[in-house]
Write a protein that binds this ligand. Structure first.
Ligand code: SAT
Ligand code: MN
Length: 584
């Protein structure tokens, strides 16, 4: 190993955790096959039918370890104020002491895997290297899909390249001793007592969002919880867009949108560059370019079907790890919402027999597929382009049954930053808390911003000033507005391309819009919906801006913004005040 600092760090962690062996992951087919075999032999992986799901496996997690744990996630910056009111903070020295005790001898009898990986295309100036030290072969198998892992990363690192550090140990999976701790000043994450998703695959939320958001602040770019897509029109013109929605708002479905027949016949296309995370940096021409730092999808299985998202279904046909889904007797997988009636007999996500009379879901609601992005039929041929994709539109959105129109455009970057900062969504049954309750989730980054949220907004404003006229337009969408009977006005799914079309037109300086107190809205005729079976009155309801409702919204935003105290950028307070007066 030529990289002395990396070798020294591996030695130090091994000295503390006392593994029986150390294995460097090279990313090769043969090593990956050996690790998968090991997982099968140990009962952690069940091999699926090799014809129907080649090289694919089912894993079941500990039933108490099935999701990210926000209350056990810490930002251990030097000062409390650097973490801000939306993060848990603990002093770095204290947290290090706690973790040292937990990690002491935690890998005894196990193998410590050294997993170097690149976030982003290998040749891209926007990419960064991370190294995760883990005692979980399950994590290694997932990282091989989710990142560019192994020798390719060591090559990029050379003798002295910089890298982000992650230490992960399964320990005893004790929920009471679970810590997902970030040390932004050391570019380090330490995660103990969980082996699930974003708690354990440290490349994803921990590095690519929490630590990267801090690097982005210091280096003048943006690390965002956004999908990236390319919309191509019949003239062949491409518009690249990013979109940030809170969970359960259809981000993966929008990223993989299938246009309705009339649109695809006419030559419209939506291609995916990423479904979860975007890193955006200025190019030489002063525009913002986005890369997807990941190489795979860690998608929610329930609700995914050939009807709702055929592209995702094709993506996870082979070389895929399924976690906490149900198993059919023919060694294929099943989950609620996969389409068709449930089979009579299943093994549920806990490994227990499941029948039609069972009262609990067969697949865990947060069950997942880990699938290579390259297997997605609608993956953009440009998705690994080193320079990234030039972004024309940034879309925010949430699940709101009232108030929010189908789509509108911000008046400026500053106004758009305010839209992002006050973004909100109603809770669904999938998350803890009261269903229907409004939760503010700025830029969908509430659990993922690695520093003070108000400083993050200030950074957004600064980036906007730097980019000036070249910045993307900012838009807000809401597919979830309901009528008095509680039915959705908007059909959603593929039909949402009609909204993307208007957004692309606006980005080119075309597309009709009316200025309202909240921003630019399409007049009903500017949306291409003549062939949609939707009443004119429904369209008007979707685009209605109700002053009384908006005045209540402004008041609620006022108290939300006030939570950030002294640090709140005055521009955002000014935007809320300006909206209030425009509504009078
Ligand atoms: O578990 S992950 O953080 O990777 C996915 C999610 O919860 O959004
Ligand atoms: Mn996400």
């Amino acid at each position: 190993m030529a990289h002395r600092a990396l070798q020294a760090w591996v030695d130090e962690v091994a000295g503390l955790t006392k593994p029986a062996a150390i294995q460097w992951c090279d990313g090769s087919e043969s090593q990956s096959a050996r690790i998968n075999e090991l997982l099968v032999a140990g009962g952690e992986f069940i091999r699926l039918d090799p014809a129907k799901h080649p090289n694919s496996f089912l894993a079941r997690s500990d039933p108490r370890d099935v999701a990210r744990v926000e209350d056990r996630t810490f930002i251990c910056s030097r000062e409390t104020a650097d973490a801000g009111p939306t993060n848990n903070w603990q002093a770095p020295a204290e947290m290090h002491a706690t973790l040292r005790t937990l990690l002491s001898g935690s890998m005894q009898g196990k193998t410590l895997y050294v997993v170097p990986y690149i976030m982003g295309p290998p040749g891209s100036p926007l990419s960064k290297v991370g190294v995760e030290l883990t005692d979980s072969p399950y994590v290694v198998a997932n990282l091989r899909i989710m990142t560019r892992m192994g020798s390719v990363a060591l090559e990029r690192l050379g003798d002295d390249g910089e890298f982000s550090k992650g230490i992960h140990s399964v320990c005893r999976l004790d929920p009471a001793e679970r810590y997902i701790s970030h040390f932004p000043d050391e570019n380090l994450v330490i995660s103990v007592n969980s082996n699930y998703g974003g708690n354990a695959l440290l490349s994803k939320k921990c590095f690519a969002l929490r630590l990267a958001s801090v690097l982005a602040r210091d280096e003048g770019w943006l690390a965002e919880h956004m999908l990236i897509l390319c919309l191509t029109d019949p003239q062949g013109r491409k518009t690249y867009m990013t979109a940030a929605f809170p969970s359960a708002c259809g981000k993966t479905n929008l990223a993989m949108l299938v246009p309705p027949q009339r649109y695809s016949d006419a030559g419209w296309k939506v291609e995916t560059i990423g479904d979860d995370i975007a890193w955006l940096k200025f190019g030489a021409d002063g525009r913002l370019y986005a890369i997807n730092p990941e190489a795979g999808f860690f998608g929610v299985a329930p609700g995914t079907s050939y009807r709702t998202n055929p592209n995702a279904m094709f993506a996870c046909r082979e070389n895929t790890i399924f976690t906490n889904v149900a198993l059919r007797s023919d060694q294929t997988v099943w989950w609620e919402g996969i389409g068709g009636p449930p089979p009579e007999n299943l093994v549920d996500w806990r490994g227990e027999p499941w029948t039609l009379d069972s009262k609990t879901p067969a697949a865990h609601p947060n069950s997942r597929f880990t699938a290579p992005a390259r297997q997605c039929p609608c993956i953009s041929p440009e998705w690994e382009q080193p320079e990234g994709a030039p972004i024309s539109a940034v879309i925010f959105g949430g699940r709101r049954s009232s108030v929010m129109p189908l789509v509108y455009q911000a008046l400026s970057w500053q106004h758009g930053t305010y839209l992002g900062a006050t973004m909100s969504s109603e809770r669904t049954a999938a998350a803890a808390g009261k269903v229907g309750e409004l939760r503010r989730d700025p830029m969908a980054m509430l659990p993922f911003c690695g520093y003070h949220m108000a400083d993050y907004w200030r950074h957004w404003l600064e980036v906007g000033r730097r980019g000036g006229e070249r910045m993307p337009g900012i838009f807000h969408v809401n597919w979830f507005r309901k009528d008095a009977a509680g039915a959705f006005f908007w059909p959603g799914f593929g039909e949402s391309i009609r909204v993307l079309k208007w957004i692309a037109e606006r980005c080119r300086g075309e597309g009709a819009a009316v200025e309202t107190p909240i921003g630019w809205l399409p007049p009903p005729d500017a949306l291409d919906i003549s062939d949609l079976r939707i009443e004119r009155t429904a369209v008007e309801s979707l685009l209605r801006v109700d002053r009384a409702e908006w005045q209540a919204e402004v008041a609620d935003r006022e108290s939300w913004l006030a939570r950030f105290g002294e640090k709140l950028p005055p521009e955002l307070k000014a935007e809320n005040d300006a909206l209030r007066s425009r509504l009078q």
